[in-house]
Design a protein around this ligand. Structure first.
Ligand code: KL2
Length: 680
């Protein structure tokens, strides 16, 4: 089935992208496969409900343009390679996993359409996989390199991903090789992920998966039904909104927001050890680009916040393709030598740009702002359909960022966040001093309920004395005596940002504008838990390090809180505390009740975590909660639904991230909102 006859279309990437674009409107591959699964499971209602809302056709004219663009060279993606498009296969098989070049040619659209594939999985020949590169793969690499633009060639030349996981089959021509189910494997990636001893030859009989289960290999079916394992449900949350709206139902401007860290190719090449578990072919940019675009096309967001967008890929491929899909795109590259950045794209048919505001976190000379991360804040005017000409709708502020990764430098993360919030404060503040609805997307490199997360969600954080590594909750570090602690003030006043996360120039000192602190919030500062924990390895020096850290005796029993009539305090500055005035809550709950497990959005080195978020403006409810955690209800912006995330165990069973189906080390987040439309 993998005949080697030369097709008239150039590169496998172009072919696969074209095959996707050319597909029938009602059956984009991503959708088709999921729909098939749904039908098989007889749970079609989810998708049917959802697609009735979405699933706009790709206009013919644009399709033709995109096709033209692709045929013209697709943003310099190595043309001239011969080879035919593989026949459709049902899903990727274990054998294909071993068969490098084919996999590249097998875009997502080829991975799921129904089977004439039975034949190909018949065992006919034993493949011995060794840590050598196969002639076919070698040839493929050489052809690819030969056709790459110079800069990509350089990057690939010392691309350790290729060196890290090499496979060899004993058949010279993979193109015509019969496929086998009886595979022996000595793949470093598999060994790294499995309890098997290095050098073990694991007879697979269709079970070569690096599957973590009670310390043993578990046989998996020959076909890995990615789309089934990785199925994501659409959670419809609109029922409560509609009942709440009552007769007003329908007076909402609906739009979908996606946040997606798409994994910059340069970062893969800089840290190949992070992707040892992935077959090199699925890490190829051409392959990933196709999948990523397809996924975006399938879910059809109206606002798309991307992180880790490599600049050359943005200009050469992503922006042109996204424009074809109806987006207008704004890009902000990281500062310094970093090659990636953030983009916000919005559907031209749905929004008009009021302003675009990039935020650079790097400030020369400031230790706490010496990193190259960036953010981007747009103010968008929703466009109402013409028949609603007499109605009014508020602008929408959309922010996107990728906060510093370094788990030890929570101090930097917090200040980066403060800078972004100051910009949002400026952009979202209306003439009357209130805020328009805000949506804050991004990869915050911090987990739910970490101090950074609580800062965003609760609007306030007492940080003084907190070890910097605790801010993001990413990892439990061994505490050292010389650990960095957050000190007051977190940033110098020369930054021009108040500890309310507002630009000084915009800050009015009117009493009525000052922040109010609830008594419950202030009471939590009687002592700060994290600051008082005794480091496990602190050397005991009598009279020096033996002070009881968990209840300093010299601290007052309670802060002297002056109660005013409404039990609230006015306070413009409370040392060791930062706050912001945007009321933000998360579109996701970070927990999957049905599975009883945490949601995860990324899986570095097989460790699942949530670090990506869609926050949105909501109304705080005064719950009188002694434990300071704000409760929210929807305000003028209503959360109507979201695409469910997955749990770590599920992703393990699909070899983690990226895998042949999801082409980033993050999952995309997708939420549907309704913004109230009012009478003029
Ligand atoms: O966690 V990320 O991955 O949001 O997906 O953001 C950063 C990390 C990204 C940009 O800096 O590169 C990844 N170990 C693991 N991952 C790293 C490291 C590292 N030392 N440095 C950067 N990244």
């Amino acid at each position: 089935m993998y005949s080697s006859s030369c097709g008239h279309i150039a590169h496998p990437y172009v072919r696969s992208l074209l095959s996707w674009i050319k597909m029938d409107q009602t059956s984009d591959a991503f959708f088709t496969c999921q729909k098939n699964v749904l039908l098989a499971k007889n749970t079609a209602t989810h998708i049917d409900n959802f697609t009735s809302v979405r699933g706009k056709p790709f206009p013919e004219e644009q399709q033709a343009l995109l096709q033209q663009w692709l045929e013209d060279g697709a943003g310099e993606l190595h043309p001239n390679e011969c080879g035919s498009k593989p026949e459709k296969v049902s899903v990727i098989s274990v054998t294909e996993w071993q068969e490098g070049p084919e996999l590249l040619m097998t875009s997502l659209s080829d991975l799921n359409v129904s089977p004439q594939s039975g034949d190909m999985e018949q065992p006919e020949q034993r493949h011995v996989v060794q840590t050598e590169i196969s002639p076919a793969l070698q040839e493929f690499v050489e052809t690819t390199l030969a056709n790459l633009p110079a800069e990509e060639k350089e990057a690939l030349a010392d691309n350790a991903v290729w060196a890290a996981v090499r496979t060899q089959t004993d058949s010279g021509m993979v193109d015509v090789a019969p496929l086998s189910t009886d595979v022996w494997i000595e793949d470093p990636a598999v060994i790294a992920w499995s309890p098997a001893q290095e050098g073990d030859m694991v007879s697979t009989q269709g079970a070569v998966w690096p599957f973590q289960n009670m310390g043993q290999f578990q046989p998996l079916p020959l076909e890995i039904p990615y789309h089934e394992i990785l199925w994501r449900d659409w959670e419809d949350l609109s029922a409560s909104c509609i009942s709440e709206l009552g007769s007003e139902a329908g007076s909402l401007f609906e739009f979908r927001v996606m946040s997606y860290n798409i994994l910059a190719q340069d970062l893969i090449e800089q840290s190949p050890h992070l992707y040892m578990h992935c077959h090199p072919d699925i890490m190829n940019w051409s392959y990933r680009l196709t999948n990523l675009l397809q996924e975006i096309q399938h879910w059809d967001p109206d606002v798309l916040c991307l992180q880790e967008v490599q600049e050359n890929h943005y200009w050469q491929q992503l922006e042109p393709a996204l424009i074809m899909m109806g987006f207008t795109c704004i890009y902000k590259r990281r500062t310094g030598r970093k090659t990636d950045g953030c983009a916000i794209c919005y559907k031209q048919s749905k929004f008009q740009l009021i302003s675009a505001n990039p935020v650079e976190y790097f400030r020369p000379g400031l230790d706490v702002l010496n990193r190259d991360n960036v953010g981007l804040v747009l103010l968008l005017q929703p466009l109402l359909p013409e028949d609603l000409g007499d109605k009014a709708i508020s602008p929408l502020c959309v922010a996107n960022t990728h906060v510093l990764y370094n788990p030890r430098r929570g101090d930097i993360k917090l200040v980066q966040m403060a800078l972004l919030l100051a910009e949002i404060d400026k952009i979202a503040k209306m003439a009357d001093g209130s805020y328009c609805p805000v949506i804050l997307c991004g990869d915050l490199n911090s987990v739910p309920d970490s101090p950074l997360y609580r800062f965003i969600r609760n609007g306030q954080l007492y940080y003084h004395g907190m070890p910097a590594w605790k801010v993001s909750g990413q990892e439990e570090f061994c505490q050292t005596v010389h650990q960095r602690k957050l000190q007051t003030p977190l940033w110098p006043s020369c930054l021009g940002i108040t500890d309310n996360c507002q630009y000084v120039t915009l800050c009015q000192s009117k009493k009525s504008d000052r922040r109010k602190y609830s008594r419950a919030f202030l009471l939590q500062f009687r002592y700060c838990d994290v600051a008082c924990e005794r480091p496990a390895d602190l050397i005991m020096l009598e009279g020096v390090t033996d002070a009881v850290p968990d209840r300093p005796t010299h601290w007052p029993k309670e802060l002297t809180v002056v109660n005013n009539s409404d039990s609230e305090l006015f306070c413009s500055r409370y040392p060791g505390t930062i706050q912001h005035g945007l009321n933000l809550t998360s579109a996701y709950s970070h927990f999957l009740p049905e599975r009883g497990r945490p949601e995860i959005t990324t899986m570095p080195m097989g460790m699942g975590a949530t670090v990506d978020y869609i926050f949105y403006s909501a109304k705080p409810i005064d719950s009188g909660n002694r434990e300071y955690r704000r409760m929210y209800q929807d305000g003028s912006l209503k959360l109507l639904g979201r695409l469910s995330l997955l749990s770590e165990d599920i992703l393990w069973s699909a070899n983690g991230l990226p895998n042949p189906f999801y082409s980033s080390d993050h999952l995309c987040l997708l939420a549907s909102f309704g913004l109230e439309i009012s009478d003029c």
